[in-house]
Write a protein that binds this ligand. Structure first.
Ligand code: BG6
Length: 515
């Protein structure tokens, strides 16, 4: 496909700028001194300001344990902003828009306090205007989510008055397994109404993930073939080249399954596999997503062993650069059996997908950073080609590239020029960047704006979260009973051989990550 003039507004600041301004709101960040606040929340809020979407009365109250005054907090953020905003925009350092940032700084205050201490919430209450809308953003470690909900409730901060909202945003990980996710939902639902809870999954802030719905449902050609009659299988890959970096402590108790599958990977899966919702209404979309995840066939104990592959990276190299194995990373046990790679074969037991395997894989230190979905169509009948040099037909594949390349590719066969019938593989390629100019974006702008305006479509409902955990729980149980081996793979490789064998058993193969 040739690059043409943009035919739709770009998914950037200009497009956001055409949205109405969000209502006035106090934005309280618990964990204000942490990495998420500096890296993502503040740059995203700043981008919303640049797009003219924040109300004049917008205010940020940072809360954290560290003693700091307002000015020290602003200075701490300014230093980070110079780096993160300019870095993401690819500008030369120092291009932070000073007018916009000063506007932000004038609206930032800091409150130091312990999240478990009621006094913190009394002081927070005093810092908030008597009436008004408030968002409480839990940018903290997961162990504080329940406490924060309970403390906010006890200090009367969760009550919504006529015309004003009170919302809580909860980051992942939402629970550690099905039981803890249920317990956290129960605890939050005791003090908030479901409509006040925004469970965030940053994959849904990615334009290319949101585009899956647009691709499927705004074009007439895809839906009629999007089913078991035509599709052989689906592969979903989220491959990273980074290791666990400085997160060894967190990762040791988490692993690739909990970190990526019930949340990010299942978001991708539900976008590809769900039925068309009747509208973009938050509950219509979330109900369809919940249904498709609930339709995943529960893994039996045997399948949890046969259809799940765990892997862990060993030392390896990227080009000339050697990298250490997982067990040599900081804060990681030298005998650790935490998986850094997971591959699974899932079956969706409904009319659209029965008999179509969904193979998912995700891992760290793989050959290449690549998040993509490939839809593998059934092979065409061969009869016509019997008396030609063509030995076999190659099935069509539709690739939905999520990152770092963003676009769609269709692979198909064409005749090679010449007197004899020979076929060659060709592809049609759509690249986002050829059509739409991307503006500064952390991926959090849309999510924060939606939360400010009360649109929960891109947030997880309690049943979505529990459905995701429900699917992986049998595998987690099997691991607890020590049944599943962790296969080593070299850093920089395609992952463990056992994952290849899993597909080979079905007569299929993974699309190479490092291609
Ligand atoms: C996070 C995980 O939720 O997602 C990380 O905790 C992972 O381990 C990250 O690296 C991947 O996100 P992205 O946007 O880089 O694909």
């Amino acid at each position: 496909m040739d690059a043409a003039e943009p035919i739709l507004p770009a998914s950037d600041q200009a497009a956001l700028g055409r949205s109405p301004r969000a209502p006035a709101c106090q934005f309280v960040i618990f964990g204000a001194g942490g990495d998420l606040t500096r890296r993502l929340l503040m740059p995203a809020l700043y981008n919303l300001r640049l797009a003219g979407l924040l109300d004049e009365q917008f205010r940020i109250i940072g809360v954290d344990a560290r003693e700091m005054d307002d000015n020290a907090f602003r200075a701490h953020l300014t230093e980070a902003m110079d780096f993160f905003v300019t870095q993401r925009r690819g500008d030369a350092p120092g291009k932070l828009d000073q007018t916009a940032w000063t506007w932000m700084c004038d609206r930032i205050i800091y409150l130091s306090g312990d999240f478990g201490n009621p006094d913190t919430f009394t002081r927070l209450n005093a810092a908030l205007p008597e009436a008004g809308s408030v968002i409480f953003y839990c940018a903290t470690a997961a162990r504080f989510f329940e406490t924060l909900g309970a403390q906010l409730h006890a200090s009367g901060l969760t009550r919504e008055e006529e015309g004003y909202f009170r919302r809580i945003v909860v980051e992942k990980p939402f629970g550690h397994d099905l039981t803890s996710a249920r317990a956290l939902n129960t605890a939050l639902l005791e003090v908030f109404d479901e409509s006040q809870i925004y469970r965030i999954d940053h994959y849904l802030g990615k334009e290319t993930v949101q585009n899956i719905m647009a691709l499927r449902f705004s074009n007439g050609i895809f839906e009629p073939i999007w089913k078991r009659d035509n599709i052989d299988h689906v592969q979903i890959t989220a491959a990273e080249t980074v290791g666990v970096e400085q997160r060894g402590k967190f990762y040791e108790g988490t692993g690739a399954m909990r970190d990526m599958v019930p949340n990010h990977i299942f978001q991708l899966l539900s976008m590809v596999a769900m039925e068309a919702p009747t509208s973009f209404d938050a509950d219509a979309v979330r109900s369809e997503k919940a249904k498709v995840i609930q339709a995943i066939h529960p893994l039996s104990g045997r399948q949890a062993v046969r259809d799940v592959v765990r892997g862990q990276y060993r030392a390896g190299r990227y080009g000339a650069d050697p990298v250490p194995g997982y067990r040599s990373e900081p804060d990681v046990d030298c005998n650790s059996s935490t998986e850094t790679y997971i591959a699974m074969r899932l079956a969706i037991d409904n009319w659209r997908w029965a008999g179509v395997p969904f193979y998912i894989r995700t891992g760290k230190r793989l050959a290449r950073r690549r998040t993509e979905i490939s839809i593998h169509f059934k092979q065409a009948p061969f009869a016509l080609f019997r008396d030609t040099p063509v030995e076999k037909l190659t099935p069509n594949i539709l690739f939905l590239h999520i990152q770092p390349t963003e676009g769609v590719t269709l692979q198909f066969s064409a005749k090679v020029p010449g007197p004899r019938v020979r076929l060659g593989g060709v592809s049609m390629n759509f690249n986002y960047a050829d059509y739409f100019h991307e503006g500064p974006s952390t991926g959090y702008e849309t999510l924060l704006y939606d939360c400010l305006t009360g649109d929960a479509t891109l947030f997880q409902r309690a049943d979505n979260v529990e459905a995701g955990w429900g699917v992986v729980q049998p595998a987690l149980d099997a691991w607890d009973s020590g049944h599943i081996h962790v296969h080593p793979y070299a850093a920089g490789s395609e992952g463990p051989e056992a994952a290849d064998e899993m597909l080979q058993r079905d007569g299929r193969g993974w699309v190479p990550i490092g291609r």
